[in-house]
Design a protein around this ligand. Sequence first.
Ligand code: PMT
Length: 404
Amino acid sequence: MHRLTNRQILLGITGGIAAYKSAELTRLLKKAGADVRVVMTPAAAEFITPLTLQALSGHQVHLELLDPEAEAGMGHIELAKWADLVLIAPASADFIARMTAGMGNDLLTTLCLATDAPICLAPAMNQAMWRDTATQTNLATVVQRGIKLFGPAEGEQACGDTGPGRMLEPEQLAQLAAEQFETRSLSGKTVFITAGPTREPIDPVRFISNHSSGKMGFALAQAAVDAGARVKLISGPVNISAPPRVELVKVETAEQMLAASLDGIATCDLFIGAAAVADYKPVAVAEHKIKKGNEEIMELRLVKNPDIIATIAAQAAPPFTVGFAAETRDLLNYARSKLTRKQLDMIIANDVSQPGIGFNSDENLVTLVTTDTQETLPQCSKQQLARQLIEKIASTMNAAQDKV
Ligand code: PMT
């Protein structure tokens, strides 16, 4: 149902009678969990009002390339970067021609030039216009550039003709949009992911913990499910909901996280440790709330927690094991020493001293480290990053397994 949770879809609407169906498409994309921003060409606004799309998408509709007010908010380059997918429905013959020529003479064509996101077109036009050599040549060119075509369907047309050129129905388009995110790179694999903080009790009302929100681990779980994996997400206490189709195991302490991680480990192909596990816990948990005494200094004795990821990597037949390194200085040296000491296949290093990334932020900036490679990925949302990480982990894991 929520196959598009956290997906950012830029819906482009061009001028054609099928534009009225874009209202239902917007509703269905939102219902599937996507955040939808709508860009309309001036011709599209002749067929359906921007107000309708604004009400359904929950965002102001973008209409003009040179609109100072819009540029002060989310400008055209920000919109191009924001999108995970650009879906143009309906895509008129004129729009396809302008796009093929690489023009940037309105907001939508400019966005198509500026975006790195995949672009999908849902053509809609009269059957004779569809069959015309110019349209077919343009379509062949855009397809060669990697742009996907959704449809068109054949049938009765608004003008009374019958033939190819009808836009696909909104349900079909929403379904195809969701399929664009399913990579199958972890198809048939079982993935365990730890996320969030652990809580180590001191007494019935106090505990030792940290600022992990679970956002990074939950985003990885979503990306792994989208890549076709069966996912068990083992999480400490967080305030976010588990993605659909994920088995969530809630834990509190490091000991509980270890037990949940070891449960069924023989079936696990890939283990990712994104949790911020407390390295130490109180030697003893007081049975009752510790009362304030006369002493100025109070000492708390701590004992080491088990190292969950090192325990997983030390199994007789370990899964491909990926850790995170959260550091405030000397990031890559510490990450490399953890990679070796914990016998991991890969470590993802994040500098948690930087504002706006790491603990409890919506974005992250990481470097992937293996024994012989190192790659820094640009700062982006944890969802976008998780998708990149899952693809990179899957290809490294598959390459390692091919060698065996
Ligand atoms: O949850 P968010 O707010 O989104 O923040 C994400 C994050 C910053 C928590 C995440 O990106 C991250 O860096 N997670 C690892 C944090 C951490 O505890 O790092 P570490 O360098 O202390 O541990 C190294 C690795 O060993 C980690 O994979 C950790 O899960 C694992 N570990 C650590 C201690 C322990 N006792 N058992 C473990 O398995």
